[in-house]
Design a protein around this ligand. Structure first.
Ligand code: UD1
Length: 446
């Protein structure tokens, strides 16, 4: 059986890593089995900076991508369209039996859509323009290797089956590009692997046949648990000066800080929304400093909106623009009270450093999806800067509270945490580190 694992953007890497490992483990343990799984990694290149992509391959010990599409940034249509065109070429060349897509980014939907419409028997003869990083490609698979039981679904000709991992999550907010990606990917997938029972319910309500839906648990949690010990060894606290000495015990303790991430268009592309959040940060920073690893989109918006004076930049590459910002900041800081320079911007972090910062934080504020889950697993209070979540189980069972960009609500909830009244949660069922194994089991059975 030949499988293509698709990744494109930062949150994909930690979701695909355990699946790749589980497939490897299967191949190594069952080498006499009639089915060997040949797997390839296709990286669309949606995220391309070292800090947004390569460092995750290193931290997660992911093999180098076999094929890199290099699509880069663009409007949603440009990005989705470019991924589809390039991925279709890969599909014609490699003819996989199965395509695995994870999460909800543009690359997820684009690759699922290309796979759902392709007909291997009608190859156009288009030349592939894709770069092959490793050089050697595994030979084109034999159509007879396809997953037999599901072949009936290939009604329109011979195409790969599509597995969507993290299926069924819904925010019910169609202004979110990810919600559109989630809805559409689920509609065209053959295997829908869900992380929680609410996702199964959503899919059933949308008319997805039950036999396609498999509750397997959370692959993001697989990665977290697998890497926890390694993450504990990260030296990021020391690098950022976030440790204080406890003389009586002769040891170093983390200082109290709040870890912040922010990149959703609804928060950072709208200046008023962004300012409402900044006003809350300024108030909260009187009691606790923020560590804010900054997404490139947010960094750009801070500069565009002229909001740099609210932040202190650390660690940035010595590019001219950054130097100018720091010069401006120095001038501004002289006129500001202390609290404003307690919102500390740092470069985006790798997986292990970020996990380390998260596990030692007093609480986390974020508009990310995955971080809501990770904080629930780590038992760290999470204030989510959104008005909806596609991960309601992190609220009903976990440590998550929605605060949107409502200045007063953000402050109130943060102060609750600081006063020792933060939310305590429990671990959802099947978030046990074995979701990827369950996925491979299902794929082999079907
Ligand atoms: C994407 C996902 C989002 C996910 C986020 C995690 C979609 C629709 N959105 O959003 O769900 O939470 O990734 O990061 O797929 N850029 C760089 N370097 C990079 C990548 C991006 O500078 O390596 C800049 C570009 O200017 C780009 C902007 O960031 O225009 C946004 O990148 P994009 O991939 O379009 O969306 P994200 O906001 O990262």
């Amino acid at each position: 059986m030949k499988v293509i694992n698709v990744v494109g953007a930062r949150p994909n890497f930690m979701k695909i890593a355990p699946i790749i490992r589980a497939i490897e483990t299967y191949n190594n343990s069952y080498h006499l089995s009639p089915i060997t799984i040949h797997q390839l990694i296709v990286h669309t290149g949606q995220h391309y900076d070292y800090e947004m992509s390569k460092v995750f391959f290193e931290d997660l010990e992911l093999p180098e991508p076999d094929i890199y599409l290099g699509v880069g940034s663009g409007t949603h249509a440009e990005q989705t369209g470019k991924v589809m065109i390039e991925f279709e070429r890969v599909l014609f060349k490699e003819k996989p039996d199965l395509v695995i897509v994870v999460g909800d980014v543009n690359s997820t939907f684009a690759c699922a859509l290309a796979a759902s419409k392709i007909d291997y028997s009608k190859e156009s003869g288009a030349n592939s323009k894709v770069d092959t990083i490793k050089g050697e490609q595994i030979s084109v698979s034999n159509p007879a290797n396809s997953i037999n039981a599901m072949n009936a679904m290939n009604a329109r000709g011979y195409r790969p089956l599509i597995a969507h991992v993290e299926a069924g999550l819904r925010s019910f907010d169609r202004t979110m590009p990810e919600e559109i990606n989630r809805l559409l990917t689920d509609q065209i997938s053959d295997f829908l692997f869900t992380p929680s029972p609410d996702a199964n319910e959503n899919l059933k309500k949308e008319g997805i046949p039950e036999e396609k839906i498999f509750l397997v648990g959370n692959v993001m949690v697989d990665s977290l648990l697998y890497n926890l010990e390694k993450a504990k060894k990260s030296t990021i606290l020391r690098k950022l000066g976030l440790q204080k000495e406890l003389p009586t015990a002769n040891c170093l303790l983390p200082t109290a800080y709040c870890l912040l991430t922010l990149h959703r268009p609804s928060n950072v592309d709208d200046k008023d929304a962004f300012l409402r959040i900044i006003n809350a940060l300024r108030e909260i920073s009187k009691r606790i400093p923020f560590i804010f690893p900054i997404h490139p989109r947010t960094r750009k918006q801070i500069e565009t909106f002229g909001l740099s004076s609210y932040f202190v930049y650390h660690d940035f590459k010595p590019i001219n623009q950054t130097n100018q910002i720091n010069q401006r900041n120095k001038k501004n800081q002289r006129n500001q009270t202390n609290q404003t320079n307690r919102i500390n911007l740092i470069n985006p972090l790798g997986y292990l450093d970020f996990l380390n910062l998260m596990m030692h934080s007093k609480f986390v504020m974020t508009d990310s999806g995955g971080i809501q889950e990770e904080t629930t697993v780590l038992g760290i209070p999470c204030l989510t800067l959104r008005d909806t979540t596609e991960r309601p189980i992190t609220i009903s069972q976990g440590t998550n509270v929605l605060v949107w960009n409502d200045t007063q609500k953000i402050i109130d909830e943060a102060f609750k945490v600081l006063d020792g009244k933060g939310k305590k949660g429990s671990l959802p069922e099947l978030w046990d580190g074995n979701a990827a194994e369950r996925i491979v089991e299902v794929l082999l059975k079907e």
